[in-house]
Design a protein around this ligand. Structure first.
Ligand code: ADP
Length: 387
């Protein structure tokens, strides 16, 4: 080996050493950091994070997150309230939380095919109507969004009831009108025709009363009736109402009377509307009291009414009539409620009078209620604020 070869080999070794040294000094290429897992991807613990909790608290809906086994992983405070859950429910099965097999099955289906679904549920524990929407999460679980629709469904039911009641109330007089017209068309003897015409007039009055009262109720409930309040004495209003009811009472052989104490105190009232309330109560008293009975109007001053300090004037209409069964008593102020439909049909009436009267009394700031013992008469009382 020549000297030149040795020199070349040494040079090569030195160069290789320098290259290795340089390579060794270069910083190692950075190890890529693991990509942050999407919050719902690996597990549902993101539900416990403060931001998520703050967002859930700001929503007007309740949130519940479940895993693939339908175990509860998160319940927002709102959802806990709506479902009436007392203790911490994380870790429980969804069925234990909702106590509703249909809802549990719906979540299972969403977890299976990923399609969002909705349903309405009525948890017995809270007595509310809840709308539940369930969507799959992009990962192992599902999110339930729960809205309280109790108010909306009550309004819907009341609208449906109103339509059903109005058509029911109209059907009866219209059916009997049709029958009466057909009978008159068959040219019966003159006295029968006269009687039928009288009955037709009565049926027309019933329909007219229904339409008038419905209109009244709609006006009052929509706040379109403004009370013309003034400090006035109750005496003349009671006298006028009794005067108007007297012919009907006399026809049935009923005694009528008024006992007014505290009548010197002026009350803040709209006399036409208070007169309407009184007339309605008197009308019912006469209608549901049989011959020989009595209808009495009483008025007295009271210091407080149902915990509200007064003074108040309490006006009562008492009768010695059929009375109202105790189970019906809390419901008679509802629209269209009648204790005994067959009996009321004979006596006439729409079932709207007391609902209207209650609105009118409450519009004055007072209260209307009834006391009765079945078979022993009824007393309807209302309060008005002393001016
Ligand atoms: P209506 O037009 O049918 O009289 P109301 O709303 O005035 O409607 O009364 C509702 C129901 O309450 C009546 O149908 C009747 O069953 C009952 N009621 C009201 N007042 C009396 C009363 N003085 N005595 C017995 N029952 C009554």
């Amino acid at each position: 080996m020549s000297l030149l070869d040795i020199a070349l080999a040494l040079g090569l070794l030195v160069s290789l050493g320098v290259i290795f040294w340089l390579l060794a000094r270069r910083p190692a290429p950075p190890v890529p950091a693991p990509a942050p897992a999407p919050p719902w991807h690996d597990d549902l613990d993101a539900a416990g994070q403060p931001l998520f909790q703050a967002a859930a608290a700001a929503l007007d809906a309740g949130l519940v997150a479940v895993d693939l086994a339908r175990r509860v992983r998160f319940v927002s405070d709102h959802a806990a309230q709506m479902l009436a859950i007392a203790e911490d429910s994380v870790g429980l099965g969804l069925i234990t939380l909702l106590r509703d097999h249909q809802a549990d099955a719906l979540v299972a289906e969403v977890l299976r095919d990923g399609e969002p679904r909705e349903m309405t549920m009525h948890p017995i524990s809270s007595g509310r109507t809840l709308r539940l929407r369930c969507s799959a999460l992009p990962g192992p679980g599902a999110l339930l969004i729960i809205r309280d629709v109790t108010q909306i469904s009550m309004l819907e039911r009341s609208r449906r009831d109103l339509v059903a009641n109005v058509s029911h109330e109209l059907r009866t007089p219209l059916a009997s009108l049709k029958l009466l017209v057909e009978t008159v068309q068959s040219e019966p003897p003159p006295d029968v025709t006269r009687r039928m015409l009288g009955q037709m007039a009565q049926e027309i009055d019933a329909v007219t009363q229904l339409v008038d009262e419905l209109h009244d109720l709609a006006q009052i409930e929509s706040g379109r009736v403004t009370l013309k309040l003034a400090p006035l004495l109750i005496g003349p209003v009671v006298d006028r109402a009794l005067e108007r009811i007297r012919p009907q009472a006399e026809r049935k052989g009923l005694r009528t009377c008024a006992e007014i104490s505290g009548g010197e105190a002026a009350v803040l009232m709209d006399p036409d509307r208070v007169g309407q309330v009184l007339l309605n109560l008197l009308h019912n008293a006469v209608k549901f009291t049989s011959e020989g009975g009595e209808v009495r109007v009483q008025a007295k001053l009271i210091a407080e009414d149902a915990g509200q300090s007064g003074p108040w004037l309490q006006v009562s209409v008492c009768d010695t009539g059929v009375g109202i069964p105790s189970q019906d008593l809390p419901r008679i102020f509802e629209r269209f409620y009648k204790v005994d439909r067959a009996r009321t049909r004979l006596a006439g009436g729409t079932g709207l009078g007391l609902a209207i009267a209650k609105h009118l009394v409450e519009g004055h700031g007072g209260r209307l209620w009834a006391d009765s013992v079945e078979g022993h008469g009824s007393t309807f009382s209302f309060t008005l604020p002393v001016a």
